[in-house]
Design a protein around this ligand. Structure first.
Ligand SMILES: [Zn+2]
Length: 411
């Protein structure tokens, strides 16, 4: 069952809906060139701007070796002797996170980051750590799920096993305390649920393998309500307007939720199989367990291939893509919040990320036993609209994070 139906006939559009790759590529390359000149006033945001632009290129399959080399040179310049990255004198969680993601996008071998000091980064994270399991942005900085997410992701990319390291043993308890009565997540007890904090909370728990510690039912309900009935895109809070960037913040949350459900179903099937095989003859007719909301499955078919609707998210994936393709593409390239706003680096990255996520759904899911499955793809409009699949935990193409994690561990 889809909780929101596809209300508009896509065949109503006279021409195919198309992602205008060439003008977006020109926009991204132009902004990347401009980083070393007219954006000097926004110096502290350069790691984030670089990440957004590089990730946009990667999703379009256009991250060329010459650009990777330039980015790797910048990262080396931003690395601090005391650990972490910053374009100022002291490390900041956001700069570290965006730089580590750039490294995951651009590094091909350990030679590309010989200068990087993992132990020094760990010491920085220890200094930013709070007793309740959360992290601060800098020594006297703020604490919230976004900052905590940045620190946990950075640690993983630096080769640290965050599922067993004691520095992260209480982090899931802090995140759990930020879930509101609505089901989404906020910055502190009593605050309003917001899609940005919600994504950071779910992604952190997914990486820590602790997603089951929160109220999944309330979270699912709140996330489904973020899809706008008329526009098709998402808002970030109750009673707020649609915005293209929430295609990522909400879309990635749905993708993580779908992965969680697929894993649950797989575990139930494995458990049922082992129980059945140990039972006496005549018990073969036992029913398969049902733990995936909104799904019923035929034991003879793969459980992720449900013909009643396309994709495996709890929302209408095609309608999010429709909002991005129809409303968020700037006429001179780049993507935006909504008409008549102008495109920028942030919305270009997060609209493309949302487009990719709703095309791939739960995407590639790897189980503990090593088996891997891939969800059915849902591509609205021209087949060339298909983007590289991204990992919703990191917001970079699938496999990049694990590759850097392994390279860091082997050094
Ligand atoms: Zn926005």
């Amino acid at each position: 069952m889809k909780l929101l139906s596809t209300q508009r006939q896509f065949s109503d559009y006279p021409d195919k809906l198309e992602l205008e790759r060439s003008i977006h590529l020109d926009f991204i390359l132009g902004r990347l060139d401009g980083l070393s000149r007219w954006k000097t006033g926004l110096h502290t945001t350069r790691p984030f701007l670089t990440f957004w632009l590089c990730n946009s290129l990667a999703m379009l399959d256009q991250l060329a070796p010459v650009i990777k080399t330039r980015v790797l040179d910048s990262l080396k310049a931003w690395h601090l002797p005391g650990g972490g990255f910053a374009t100022t004198f002291s490390p900041h969680a956001a700069s570290i996170y965006s730089s580590m993601n750039c490294l995951a996008l651009c590094a091909c071998s350990p030679k590309d980051f010989e200068y990087f000091d993992s132990k020094a980064l760990y010491r920085v994270l220890e200094e930013l750590h709070n007793p309740d399991g959360s992290f601060r942005s800098e020594i006297d900085g703020e604490t919230d799920p976004r900052i905590t997410y940045c620190c946990v992701i950075s640690a993983y990319l630096a080769g640290i096993d965050v599922t067993v390291d004691p520095l992260f043993s209480k982090t899931h308890e802090y995140i759990k305390s930020c879930q509101t009565y609505e089901g989404g997540f906020t910055t502190r007890r009593g605050g309003e649920a917001h899609a940005g904090y919600t994504y950071c909370s779910i992604a952190t728990l997914s990486l820590l393998q602790k997603l089951e510690c929160i109220d999944i039912t309330r979270l699912s309900f709140w996330l489904v309500q973020r899809q706008m009935d008329i526009e098709g895109g998402f808002n970030g809070r109750t009673h707020k307007l649609v915005d293209g960037c929430y295609s990522f913040w909400v879309g990635a949350s749905h993708s993580l939720l779908s992965k969680f459900f697929v894993k649950q179903a797989h575990d139930d099937i494995v458990k049922h199989s082992s129980e059945s095989s140990s039972m006496s003859e005549g018990s073969d007719g036992a029913e398969l367990p049902m733990s995936v909301p909104c799904m019923s499955f035929d034991p003879d078919k793969p459980f992720y291939s449900i013909p009643a609707f396309s994709g495996d998210m709890l929302i209408a994936q095609e309608r999010v893509q429709e909002y991005i393709l129809v409303c968020c593409q700037g006429s001179n390239g780049g993507l935006r919040d909504k008409p008549p706003k102008y495109p920028d680096e942030y919305h270009t990255c997060y609209c493309l990320s949302g487009l990719s996520l709703t095309q791939h759904g739960s995407g590639t899911v790897k189980f503990d036993d090593g088996e891997t499955i891939k969800a059915e793809e849902v591509i609205l409009g021209d087949p060339s609209n298909r983007l590289q699949e991204i990992d919703p935990i990191f917001n970079i193409p699938i496999g990049c994070a694990e590759k850097l994690h392994r390279m860091m561990q082997k050094r």
